[in-house]
Ligand binder design. Structure first.
Ligand SMILES: C[S@@+](CC[C@H](N)C(=O)[O-])C[C@H]1O[C@@H](n2cnc3c(N)ncnc32)[C@H](O)[C@@H]1O
Length: 200
């Protein structure tokens, strides 16, 4: 059992999370030419807050997470909304293979900071994107390490535009774009949330 299994039960109850993924979803819709023919990967999908926002614009979404609890919540939500185009998949993003030339787009919200080795992970994402496909990742901009009350499993205290651009380029992505799409208010501070976009 990982800590996200427990958190899954109350994940959607925090209004800032719902609001944040809505703003990320809006920015993706505005900046990525989503199509009803597209097969999409949402990595670190959680309970699907971003996936449910994007799902009406595409054909299908592979919803990957390594927390059984998160995926169960996602399945419950999909069943009660009668949504058949979201496929929950239990995988460890760092250890497991994600295939080759599988996806038209890859999206993600607030998960990259949980990935230890960003260089090899982005190369894995590049491999599983189709030529011309889009990568759109949202996460925290560089922070002091006080965003999470527990930093267990947090391998990066956010990311700067410069370091992300380097990671994207190193993996082979082109047309790098970096937008601030939200500011989360917490601990009497504002934590900017970016959306970084690249193209294969
Ligand atoms: C902060 S949550 C974000 C969830 C969701 N994307 C959202 O914005 O509400 C991070 C998610 O990444 C998942 N995760 C973390 N490390 C992972 C790994 N190595 N493989 C697969 N999933 C992982 C966690 O289980 C959790 O659901």
């Amino acid at each position: 059992m990982n800590r996200f299994d427990e958190l899954a039960k109350i994940w959607d109850e925090a209004p800032y999370r719902v609001e944040n993924t809505k703003k990320i979803g809006q920015a993706i819709v505005e900046n990525v030419p989503l199509s009803k023919n597209w097969k999409v990967l949402d990595f670190g999908v959680g309970t699907g807050l971003l996936t449910f926002y994007i799902q009406p614009y595409v054909k299908a979404i592979d919803a990957v997470d390594n927390s059984q609890g998160m995926l169960e919540k996602l399945k419950e939500k999909a069943e009660s909304a009668n949504v058949l185009t979201i496929n929950p998949i239990l995988k460890d993003l760092e250890k497991d293979d994600l295939g080759e030339n599988e996806y038209d787009a890859i999206i993600s919200s607030m998960t990259l900071h949980h990935i230890k080795d960003i260089t090899s992970f982005l190369k894995k994402l590049y491999k599983t994107l189709k030529k011309g496909g889009y990568l759109a990742i949202a996460d925290l901009e560089k922070e002091d390490g006080d965003f999470h009350s527990d930093n267990d499993g947090v391998y990066h205290f956010g990311f700067s535009k410069e370091e992300l651009e380097n990671y994207f380029k190193e993996a082979g992505f082109e047309n790098f774009k970096f937008l601030i799409v939200n500011k989360i208010e917490k601990n009497n501070k504002e934590y900017p949330v970016f959306l970084a976009i690249g193209k294969k």
